[in-house]
Write a protein that binds this ligand. Structure first.
Ligand SMILES: Cc1ncc(COP(=O)(O)O)c(C=O)c1O
Length: 346
């Protein structure tokens, strides 16, 4: 194995964006179809060779995760609820016929990668280390079937804010032209193909000046599902509504955390329920939630035949939820839910 360099990274923490800054090393493990995952190891971060007939390249047999490691105000390094990512990856892998990675192996791989790249974690007020566990069918296939072999990789990148120049109030387009997921499809899995399919709707929306696309239920086009990479919440009085999980929506870690914070800290009446386009248009506050965007306000909504201006700035409840979540993540506030997963640097 090539030796991994240990030179201090020269990163300007102030100019970090949500984009890839290659780190020192990545974790790599392999598995044959029907076999067990071999013990993986850290290798220098870099390119990987596959057959052009690899299952993932031809038929999209791949699933991934996204979580973050933080340097906290108590000078510790912590992951945020990585067990949830491990479990979601098991669910996703099952749907895509990929050999399951046991939770302990997933956590061990993530831990090793973060520890080896600890000096790539920005100070707590500048950003975090984005962690991307991903599994591909790498063995060659010609007909449409499961690949004969698989690779599990964990790579990391220091990241800054998702949106440049402060937190914007997003303008979203509610689309009826495209659907992200259908009932019994792969919407609840973090399958790579879901994201390839979302690029064109997003491009059209951005070309027309919108920030993001909001997808509707493909059955009746009446109920809201989510954005391309974040869940949705609607505040109406003391009620916080979010679309119920039911196979077409990704069960977000931030979604679950927001629900618990809203119930236990803000004392809101949280309902996982059907959320209609009218609910969105008449919201007191509207926001999206995801690992990358954290909690981000939605200020304007455009549908095919309607438009609503919700707010020009982040609403007070959205702000309180966002701050509580971020304060827990960087240990500025007590971790009352026991969400943090500390990583010891030896
Ligand atoms: C489609 C979709 N919905 C929601 C989310 C939010 O999930 P999480 O909070 O686990 O990042 C993501 C995250 O990437 C996503 O891709």
């Amino acid at each position: 194995m090539t030796e991994i360099e240990t030179v201090e990274p020269a990163i300007d923490w102030d100019s970090l964006t949500f984009s890839l800054t290659p780190a020192r090393s990545m974790y790599l493990a392999t598995c044959e179809r029907g076999g067990e995952w071999e013990k993986g190891s850290l290798v220098p971060y870099g390119n990987i060779e596959f057959s052009p007939a690899a299952g993932v390249l031809n038929y999209g047999q791949g699933v991934f995760e996204g979580t973050k490691a933080f340097k906290t105000e108590k000078d510790r390094i912590v992951l945020f609820r990585p067990e949830m990512n491990a479990q979601r990856m098991i669910q996703s892998a099952e749907r895509l016929c990929i050999p399951l990675i046991p939770e302990e192996s997933f956590l061990d791989a993530v831990e090793k990668t973060v520890r080896d790249n600890a000096d790539y974690i920005p100070p707590s007020d500048k950003g975090s280390l984005y962690v991307r566990p991903i599994v591909w069918g790498t063995g060659p296939v010609l007909g449409v079937h499961e690949a004969p072999s698989y690779m599990f990789v964990v790579f990391v990148s220091p990241v800054g804010p998702y949106f440049q120049g402060g937190i914007p109030c997003l303008h979203i387009k509610v689309t009826k032209l495209f659907h992200r997921a259908a009932q019994n499809g792969t919407g609840a899995a973090k399958a790579i193909g879901n994201y390839g399919a979302s690029l064109y709707p997003l491009k059209l929306a951005k070309d027309r000046g919108f920030n993001e696309v909001m997808y509707l239920n493909s059955n009746d086009q009446e109920m809201v599902e989510e954005l391309g990479a974040a869940n949705v919440f609607v505040l109406k009085g003391n009620k916080l509504l979010t679309p119920r999980l039911g196979g077409t929506i990704l069960p977000g870690v931030t979604r679950d955390s927001t629900i618990q914070i809203a119930r236990d800290i803000l004392d809101l009446d949280v309902q996982e329920t059907d959320v209609s386009v009218d609910d969105i248009l008449s919201a007191d506050e509207l926001f999206c939630a995801g690992t990358a965007v954290v909690i981000c306000p939605i200020g304007k909504v455009t549908t095919d035949d309607d438009y609503a201006e919700i707010s020009h700035e982040m609403g007070p409840v959205t702000k309180e939820l966002r701050e509580a979540l971020m304060d827990i993540q960087i240990e500025r506030r007590e971790d009352q839910f026991n969400w943090l997963y500390p990583i010891d640097i030896l």
